[in-house]
Write a protein that binds this ligand. Structure first.
Ligand SMILES: Nc1ncnc2c1ncn2[C@@H]1O[C@H](COP(=O)(O)OP(=O)(O)OP(=O)(O)O)[C@@H](O)[C@H]1O
Ligand SMILES: [Mg+2]
Length: 294
């Protein structure tokens, strides 16, 4: 399910005199089955972009093609029922999507709405809760009275329970403990690579998805300032492109390393372990050439 943005602009208007540009003439093609990291400074348009991918927000101008839908300004949201089942959005602030007074009701709402029986929905709810590492004892708790991390996990579970094809997540690891963060990213990666889901994840923590991202979208002032792989992102920043982002730590380290050793070589591997291996090869090669000169 490719997603195509064509000249998409979104203007927020709080009143006729005050308008704010969320997206500014965005053109974008996203292929299915990819793990996509969406990054950029605060206010650059990441959440606005994500919310256009399932019709929660409609463009002010331009069109978005997704599945058999063409999303345009002024459409009725009711027409997106099937789209909503197949595209799950985890909001930046989980309390914005939680509206039931028990975790169980929250989790069964989606499946019930799309035809599952009460028992089937409850079984799916329990599975989703356990997938998120939460105990079944939470089922009867009020989700809004849980800790921030638990609430976020419930919000994510309420999306996973629908088994969507495209999973959009807006800063899903904010408020999660480090172990839960790693587990969530690995779960999403497995869903992407083993179950062919498309994952789009907004994050300020580039380090946590660097080993996983097939592709990055860098938002800047409502526009797409970069779309492509890690190598390209690194090259852009190395050559002084101002994307208002900080490179993931292994890439910052690599940049320093290249400068110190006056090198310029492509990096094909991005995890800390793979970089260490690559560096060791470079150092050995340098050592050998230094020795041969003596
Ligand atoms: N409800 C709203 N009303 C008016 N302006 C808005 C609204 N939501 C977002 N904006 C504006 O749209 C622009 C993009 O906001 P958006 O929330 O998409 O940024 P973001 O990249 O997700 O930022 P953050 O990293 O802080 O979450 C900003 O200038 C913001 O002020
Ligand atoms: Mg945001």
């Amino acid at each position: 399910m490719a997603i195509i943005f064509q000249h998409v602009t979104h203007t927020y208007s709080t009143d006729p005199l005050h308008t704010f540009l969320g997206l500014d003439d965005v053109n974008l093609t996203l292929d299915e089955g990819r793990f996509v990291g969406i990054i950029g400074a605060s206010g650059s348009g990441k959440s606005t972009l994500l919310q256009h991918c399932n019709g929660i927000l409609l463009p002010t101008d331009g069109t978005i093609q997704i599945m058999d839908y063409e999303i345009r300004s002024g459409q009725k949201l009711k027409s997106f029922r099937d789209l909503r089942r197949r595209i799950g959005l985890v909001f930046q602030f989980p309390e914005q999507q939680i509206f039931e007074d028990t975790v169980e009701k929250e989790l069964i709402f989606g499946p019930r709405n799309f035809g599952a029986s009460e028992d089937e929905a409850k079984e799916l709810a329990q599975k989703a809760l356990l997938t998120m590492g939460l105990p079944l004892s939470l089922l009867q708790r009020n989700p809004l009275q849980l800790s921030g991390g638990q609430m976020r996990k419930v919000a994510i579970a309420s999306i996973l329970v629908m088994d969507p094809d495209l999973i959009l997540l807006d800063e899903p690891t904010a408020t999660l403990d480090p172990k839960s963060r790693d587990e969530l990213i690995e779960l999403l990666y497995r869903l992407c690579k083993e179950h062919h889901k498309t994952i789009m994840i907004v994050t300020h923590r580039t380090d946590e998805i660097m080993d996983y991202a097939d592709e990055w979208i860098v938002m800047k002032e409502g526009t797409v300032a970069y779309q492509g792989d890690t190598q390209g992102l690194y090259e852009q920043i190395k050559h002084g492109e101002h994307l208002d982002i900080v490179l993931p730590k292994p890439l910052r380290f690599w940049q320093q390393f290249e400068e110190q050793f006056s090198l310029s070589c492509p990096i094909h591997h991005y995890s800390a372990e793979q970089l260490a291996e690559h560096i060791s090869q470079v150092v050995h090669a340098k050592g050998a050439s230094a020795c041969s000169k003596d």
